[in-house]
Design a binder for this molecule. Structure first.
Ligand code: NAD
Length: 335
């Protein structure tokens, strides 16, 4: 099937999960480029809806912005979306590895069925461009680092990671059958202002400031992760909206510079000007011991070049936390 308007840059982008951490930054960036943006978000109660509304505070007053409070699994809600949408950035998901082990059926329903419903809507609407939030977790426990998109035989070790592999594969079938261009972006631990309160950096920072012990699962010297600053990730997402050179790609968006958990804690202490107290605990099921992105493909295809050193990104996160801590701490819903 020919693509509807695949040669011109998208002018009206649908951002699913637009009230979330990454989604709200993508919304701001797309509006800043002069595009119209519709966000759909169901304000899932995993963390406080008030935090998500605050994420959209600057977008809310923008004339090119519209927020739909709805669910990506709801075909009727999708049918009511504006006719002129010409690209999708699909970020809506149940995120987080550990809760997915406790709630696998819900994760599959939102992340796999939700993606399927949205792909079908995009096919019927003949939307030419679909950008999908995948995850570094798809690589599982792969000792051969840095991880490249050409690595085959993915072995995810959590339901969450498996849902992200599934989304990538559903997208491939749509790009093959329907002429939808599908770009799967594998994000590597994203951090910065508005970071989800359940994620390590945010959680550690809150505990450090309260003087409470920080639960550290596994050996902090041996656990290494590639932490990616939000502005770098957003630059890759926005470039993917305009990518035209092929119909299906899987692309790592990481920092290509992993640090140990010990180094992360030291850097966070410096940024916050406090000392943390570690409570050592055994490794958690589903957690991978290391992540490390090879970003050369992202550089070639998207001009992606992560430029925020960890110390700089943590400093910016700490300054944001100074003014937002009350709103976002304790915001995680206990299930
Ligand atoms: P987030 O939880 O802040 O944002 C997700 C948003 O999706 C939330 O606002 C939530 O309300 C919304 N949502 C959930 N279910 C929905 C549904 N059924 N219909 C409509 N909206 C729904 O998470 P985030 O950290 O911003 O992550 C965004 C995307 O990036 C997710 O797909 C996540 O899996 C992926 N990702 C994130 C990271 C990271 O480090 N933050 C790493 C890898 C992948």
């Amino acid at each position: 099937m020919p693509k509807a308007s695949s040669t011109s840059a998208p002018r009206h982008v649908l951002v699913t999960g637009g009230a979330g951490f990454i989604g709200s930054h993508v919304v701001d960036a797309l509006l800043g480029q002069g595009r119209a943006v519709t966000a759909i978000d169901n304000f899932d109660p995993f963390y406080d809806a008030g935090v998500k509304r605050q994420n959209l505070a600057s977008a809310a007053g923008h004339p090119g912005f519209r927020l739909i409070e709805g669910d990506v699994r709801d075909a009727a809600a999708l049918a009511a979306l504006p006719d002129d949408i010409d690209a999708v950035v699909h970020l809506a998901a149940l995120a987080g590895v550990r809760p997915s082990i406790a709630r696998p059926v819900e994760y599959v329903d939102v992340n796999v069925r939700g993606t399927q419903v949205l792909l079908e809507w995009a096919r019927v609407r003949r939307i030419p461009q679909f950008v999908f939030a995948s995850s570094s977790s798809v690589y599982g426990v792969d000792p051969d680092v840095p991880w490249r998109e050409s690595d085959v035989g993915l072995r995810p070790i959590s339901p969450y990671a498996a849902t992200k592999v599934s989304g990538e594969l559903l997208g491939h079938s749509y790009s093959h059958l329907s002429g939808l261009r599908f770009i799967a972006l594998r994000f590597f631990t994203v951090y910065g202002p508005r970071q989800r309160p359940d994620l390590a950096i945010h959680r550690f920072a809150t505990l450090m400031r309260r003087g409470e012990p920080i639960p550290v699962y596994g050996d902090p010297a041996a656990t290494r992760r590639d932490y990616t600053y939000i502005d770098d990730v957003v630059s890759g997402v926005v470039a993917s909206v305009d990518y035209r050179a092929s119909d299906y790609e899987v692309i790592n968006l990481g920092n290509a510079s992993p640090v140990s958990l010990r180094e992360l804690l030291d850097a966070l202490e410096s940024a916050l000007h406090v000392e943390g107290r570690i409570e050592p605990l055994p490794p958690q099921p589903g957690d991978v011991p290391q992540t490390w992105a090879d970003v050369s493909k992202a550089g070639r295809l998207l001009g992606y070049s992560p430029s925020t050193p960890l110390a700089v990104g943590l400093e910016r996160f700490a300054r944001w936390l100074d003014t937002h801590e009350e709103a976002s701490s304790g915001a995680i819903r206990q299930r």
